[in-house]
Design a protein around this ligand. Structure first.
Ligand code: NAP
Length: 278
């Protein structure tokens, strides 16, 4: 089986490394020639080009470009792939992608691996990035089951945990657990870096602050595209968070220490089940 990967960055490069290990021929396409050369020299792909026409003979393509380029890439692939080829994507937002991509290529299966890193680009690509991590597929009613089965088979070979849902549910869920935390992490960093206590706070910051702020310091292009393409769900999540903050502020203003302890006890008890209880 020949696999194409468009966009040889963190996610595309990591897919190339793991799928190459499974013995597949990997045909990579990226925007810059220098990235194609680096992907070849790091054995991320077996063939590399800046031209989508190089994918004419592949059986399945992962589109791993920034979110804004996914649907335009599918439109270009539709002119170049063989009719039986399957296209899947890895974009962090599905509502803005899946219906439009399916209209261009019926053999399209929306996907989203729930694993990443703060760093971007091919140099950040790593083996086993998807191992034991959730990988969501968001097929539509009309998505051919043969295409879903083929993508599922590859996801299982990556060692990922498969979840299947619809694009809208996916977008509302990731707004809560991925896109909202990016905005909260970034605003926490702003509070600290603009404070007159910045210097001492920085010296005292330890593992707790490192954990809490980590996702706020990630790829700014990705964070902006998450907000742009998942705007309603992110705004709803931000509104819920503001409501929680307002309640907490009131509790502290009123010196309601037993109320605060009950709130923090609920968080203490809920976290293990929420984080580890899949
Ligand atoms: P990334 O590291 O910035 O990689 C994207 C790569 O795509 C860039 O390195 C660029 O390569 C290439 N590219 C850009 N526009 C292109 C185009 N029009 N045609 C072909 N290649 C193009 O980003 P990423 O983190 O891998 O994210 C890629 C996708 O994965 C996004 O849709 C994102 O939503 C999704 N995702 C990201 C994460 C995460 O945590 N990072 C997790 C899950 C899913 P050149 O060097 O050639 O310019």
């Amino acid at each position: 089986m020949k696999i194409g990967i468009v966009g040889l960055g963190l996610i595309g490069g990591s897919l190339g490394l793991d799928l190459g290990m499974q013995g597949y021929e990997i045909w990579g396409v990226s925007r810059r020639e220098s990235t194609c050369q680096a992907a070849m020299s790091q054995a991320v792909v077996t063939h590399a080009s800046t031209d989508l026409a190089s994918l004419a003979a592949v059986d399945l393509v992962f589109v791993c470009t920034p979110i804004s380029a996914i649907v335009p890439t599918v439109a270009q692939l539709a002119q170049r792939l063989k009719p039986t080829a399957i296209i899947t994507d890895v974009g962090s937002v599905k509502g803005a992608v899946v219906a439009a991509a399916t209209a261009l290529w019926p053999n399209f299966v929306g996907g989203h691996p729930m694993s990443g890193k703060a760093e971007a680009g091919l140099q950040a690509a790593t083996r086993q990035l998807f191992h034991q991590r959730p990988y969501v597929l968001t097929p539509l009613a009309q998505t051919p089951s043969t295409a879903i089965d083929e993508v599922t088979r590859l996801i299982e070979q990556l060692g990922s945990q498969l979840y299947v849902t619809d694009p809208d549910s996916h977008d509302r869920a990731v707004a809560l657990i991925s896109h909202l935390p990016v905005m909260l992490g970034a605003s926490l960093l702003q509070v600290c870096t603009t404070s007159d206590q910045r210097s001492l706070a920085q010296q005292l910051a330890s593992s707790g602050f490192r954990d809490t702020s980590r996702v706020g310091g990630g790829n700014p292009e990705l964070g902006t595209l998450m907000a742009e393409y998942n705007r309603p769900a992110l705004l709803a999540a931000l509104a819920q968070f503001q409501h929680q903050l307002a309640q907490l502020t009131q509790t502290i203003e009123h010196e309601d220490w037993s109320g605060l302890q009950a709130y923090l006890t609920a968080a203490n008890q809920d976290r293990p089940a929420f984080v580890d209880g899949r």
